[in-house]
Write a protein that binds this ligand. Sequence first.
Ligand SMILES: *[C@@H]1O[C@H](CO)[C@@H](O)[C@H](O)[C@H]1NC(C)=O
Length: 249
Amino acid sequence: MKCKFLLVLLFAGIFCCAAQQYGGAPRHDIVKLSLLWPNSYCLTNDHNCRPNVPQYFTIDGLWAEMNNGDKLENCETRYYMTNSMIDSHKVELLKYWPDLSTYNYQDSKQLWKNKWETDGTCCSYLMRPEDYLVSAMNLRQSHNMYQILTNAGGILANGSSYPATKILDAIRKATRFMVDIVCETDRVGNVYLSEIHQCLDNHAGAFVDCDNKAVNCDQDPIFPDALFAAAAKTNRKASPTYVTRLAAY
Ligand SMILES: *[C@@H]1O[C@H](CO)[C@@H](O)[C@H](O)[C@H]1NC(C)=O
């Protein structure tokens, strides 16, 4: 009797998920486009970066989330990202969605394949691997975050730090949508502006408001340029005047 009951539950579960996977509405509430500031990425979390990284915001990922902040990963799919799909977007991928650890195109392919498998497969039951790559790059083109911060906000990537609210406000005014930002801290305690997250509806068709959150920004984050990043990399010693000295660099 108990066994039968469990069987019914099991079948109900299979039916439910199969329907959601291939027929029904997407299971997630929103899609997030995450952009990263390469200088900050390379200074934090022991990321190994190639010598020169782009001085513009690059794509970190495009992923599906629930309204409570849970991220969906590794969803079932019938589709695999092939080399030829990647090849047909080689130039744009290398420019806007680079693997910051390498200049090698062949090695970089694993990054895009991983992003598809982890995040892309959950973005929508309609999205196929090539759409996923193109979507992320098109969405990134909607706003020039570097220019928004520089022009509208007076927030220059020059190694100075800026209040998180000032960064959030500048982007909200320019894009008309609230975003979230993420800060990362290096080994000596410097806090950097690391990521900007933009929110989209569950088909990644239109921008919507994020929460206007500044995550892990315990201090006003530094927005580092290449010069600052190079100096910070070679001078890891903690010192109270560290930031001031580098800012004067
Ligand atoms: C960076 O730019 C801001 C805004 O123009 C300015 O206030 C600040 O002094 C600059 N910092 C450096 C280190 O040049």
